[in-house]
Write a protein of this length. Structure first.
Length: 376
């Protein structure tokens, strides 16, 4: 869906308990039917509409002056409560990144009293690396594990001409994040928002939303670092528990000043041998298959430069093998007559599913990581 999708995973948040009325009245998309129905039956006994309106009014009342209510409502109405929460265990490998995120975000959000002064957490963290390596999954897991409201924004949405007044949207985003704290603002494709290829040719809307983003982010950092928040600030939410998590496949496109603001820059590399094995085994775990340990070792070996999403794509394609051979007969073949997935299915799929990152491409990430990043 090409619009700002913001989901809250905060069980305590008013918006979680009661999605905005306008959204709930819509016909549910079929793929999301179950969670939708679950949500809309929650609290059916109460007069929901009144409560819902009250929640929105309560939230928007706390917003600082200057935040456009229409934009705030737009953001709230686009809140997507996704049922498919991500937990640490769903993510293969990346132990160093998980540890860094726990220390930088999850623990400070759960125990703010312990993380002040020298232990004051960073306000922003950049996850960079090849596409499909689990950056988005990590951000979602952070939100789940820290009980935070999760704002998932793609830069292209913020700079889109469709939204026209993108600065208003940015302001509302940060305003709401404070009110609904603890919050994670996750910005995917941050390179296109904070691009170095700017000035002359830059689109006006992009330039304005970039500037506004940097201003809002600075305010957040200042308020959080100061800690002696004024009563006005407190009324407007808790700036110390809002964190910007950003992801990019093109870290070299971020301009230098913006890059420096991400004190933490975490490299999310391609999966190593044991991680590919872990992921393949997990993907096959609930499947009817005939792959031996030796077969799996071969697959781990030949998927050397595959990303996590390449491996998922490979396994999905191979899993289709037993059905492909059936042709039309699949329409009336009973489940128990479908043959298991075999090594040959993977062999066949390896012709079409190729790694998304070339050796050259990979070198570029490694170099950037050496110069500007943390590993793990
Ligand atoms: P990125 O944000 O780095 O481009 P995503 O987090 O969106 O990548 O991952 C895309 C898909 O690839 C995921 O939905 C998942 O199926 C698979 N995937 C990628 N990395 C991993 C991983 N480390 N463990 C498990 N699955 C992964």
């Amino acid at each position: 869906v090409d619009r700002m999708a913001i989901s809250t995973q905060n069980g305590d948040s008013a918006t979680r308990r009661k999605p905005p009325p306008a959204k709930r009245r819509e016909t549910p998309p079929s793929s999301d039917q179950e969670s939708w129905e679950q949500r809309s039956t929650e609290g059916d006994a109460e007069d929901e509409d009144e409560d819902d309106d009250y929640d929105i009014v309560k939230i928007t009342n706390k917003l600082p002056k200057g935040v456009d209510l229409q934009s705030a409502r737009q953001i709230l109405n686009d809140i997507v409560v996704r049922g498919d929460e991500v937990h640490w265990d769903d993510i293969a490998g990346l132990d160093g990144a998980k540890k860094a995120l726990k220390e930088a975000v999850v623990y400070p959000f759960l125990r703010p009293d312990l993380f002040s002064g020298l232990r004051e957490p960073a306000r922003g963290m950049l996850l960079f690396g090849p596409p499909g390596t689990g950056k988005t999954m990590l951000a979602r897991a952070v939100a789940t594990e820290s009980n935070s409201t999760f704002f998932s924004v793609s830069s292209s949405t913020l700079t889109s001409k469709w939204h026209g007044e993108s600065e208003k949207l940015v302001r509302a985003l940060f305003g709401l994040a404070k009110v609904l704290a603890p919050s994670i603002i996750f910005v995917d494709e941050i390179d296109s928002l904070l691009s170095a290829r700017s000035s002359g040719s830059e689109h006006e809307a992009s330039r304005r939303s970039k500037t506004e983003f940097l201003i809002q982010w600075s305010d957040l950092q200042r308020a959080a670092a100061g800690r002696e928040q004024s009563s006005r600030d407190k009324k407007e939410g808790d700036a110390s528990r809002v964190l910007v998590l950003a992801a990019t496949n093109m870290p070299w496109d971020i301009d230098e000043a913006a890059r420096r603001r991400f004190v933490r820059r975490q490299y999310i590399p391609l999966p190593e041998h044991h991680v590919r094995e872990q992921q393949l085994r997990k993907l096959l775990s609930h499947q009817h298959h005939e792959l031996s340990d030796a077969d799996i070792q071969v697959l781990v070996h030949v998927t050397e430069s595959f990303s996590g999403s390449d491996i998922t794509a490979l396994a999905k394609d191979a899993a289709m093998g037993p059905l492909r051979n059936l042709g039309e007969a699949l329409l009336h073949t009973p489940m128990e007559h479908i043959r298991p997935i075999r090594f040959q299915d993977f062999e066949a799929s390896l012709y079409s599913i190729r790694p998304s990152v070339s050796a050259d491409g990979l070198r570029k990430y490694e170099e950037w990581a050496r110069e500007f990043g943390e590993r793990g």
